[in-house]
Design a protein around this ligand. Structure first.
Ligand SMILES: C[S@@+](CC[C@H](N)C(=O)[O-])C[C@H]1O[C@@H](n2cnc3c(N)ncnc32)[C@H](O)[C@@H]1O
Length: 279
């Protein structure tokens, strides 16, 4: 069953073509780089993932937290693969289906409304599972990863991109600032923490890449664009929400500059016959 509170989150953000979002998005990316992503990724990430995983036409890819569908559509176009996106937010799923329709991808890309903590798919259904900047909103990461492991065939690949943080117990105020609109929670972890979680879920890590400069640039761009269009954003989402967005990007940028936040890409392989350890 879909968690109703999850659906309430991201509603306004996934309406990519609202007046404020259109202005903000046009400021963030150079022409052609906006493919409907709702995160700090750029076309470069999709290209690298396809090349390094690697993902090919024969693969069926699960996109966990597919958002407004841009990354799934871009993956299908770049790799020629099949993609199934799972996303709890109704607006996201609607926008995603429309993106896929306009891209003419037909049966190759589908979007299901659901919760990745309880995947509505049989065991070993997918060759690759991709998750792009989603894991920090999930509290039970071990549960989610073992569910993903179940849905992947042995030898299948996990492609996990996530923000990583080094926050202490006395960083409560920073955590509060990173909790967007009071609705999107933050369950942060370090790169080492993620590595352990992935291994415990029954994967062997193949590669880990840390993105710093690129990540800093994207966060700065999101922050600047939100600031420039704060008025339009406030008109759509209310002044408090607009101020919270600005605070969120400013806080995130500060952490990156202090060396306490980055974005990590983990590439891993589902080991055969391993029973995930959910401990
Ligand atoms: C920052 S957005 C990233 C969306 C997309 N991956 C992208 O890069 O454009 C995070 C997404 O995770 C989704 N999400 C949150 N909890 C989830 C869950 N339990 N299962 C699947 N997706 C979830 C949110 O609704 C949101 O669309």
């Amino acid at each position: 069953m879909t968690d109703v509170s999850l659906d309430a989150r991201y509603r306004a953000l996934h309406r990519l073509d609202s007046a404020a979002n259109r202005l903000i998005r046009a400021d963030i990316w150079p022409e052609g780089d906006d493919f409907g992503q709702q995160s700090f990724i750029t076309p470069r990430y999709i290209d690298e993932i396809v090349r390094r995983s690697p993902i090919g036409a024969e693969d069926h890819v699960l996109d966990i937290g597919s958002g407004a569908g841009g990354p799934a559509v871009r993956l299908a176009e770049t790799a020629g693969c099949r993609v199934t996106g799972i996303e709890p937010n109704e607006v996201g799923v609607e926008v995603a289906r429309e993106l896929a329709r306009v891209a003419g991808l037909g049966e190759r890309v589908r979007f299901d409304r659901g919760d990745a903590r309880d995947l509505p798919y049989p065991d070993e259904a997918f060759d690759v599972a991709v998750s792009l900047n989603v894991l920090n909103v999930i509290e039970d990461k071990a549960g989610l990863l073992s569910e993903v492991r179940r849905a992947l065939r042995p030898g299948g690949r996990l492609v996990l991109l996530t923000g990583t943080f080094r926050l202490d117990a006395d960083d409560a105020e920073t955590r509060r600032r990173l909790t967007r609109q009071d609705t999107v929670p933050l369950f942060d972890d370090t790169a080492e923490g993620y590595r352990e979680l992935i291994e415990r879920a029954g994967f062997a890590i193949d590669e880990v890449t840390e993105y710093i400069a690129d990540f800093r640039r994207q966060i700065a761009r999101w922050g600047e664009a939100n600031r420039r269009h704060e008025g339009e954003l406030a008109a759509e989402q209310g002044p408090e929400a607009a101020a919270r967005h600005l605070d969120y990007f400013a806080t995130y940028l500060r952490l990156v500059e202090e060396g306490r936040a980055a974005n990590h890409l983990f590439l891993a392989t589902a080991a055969s016959g391993v029973t995930p350890d959910r401990g």
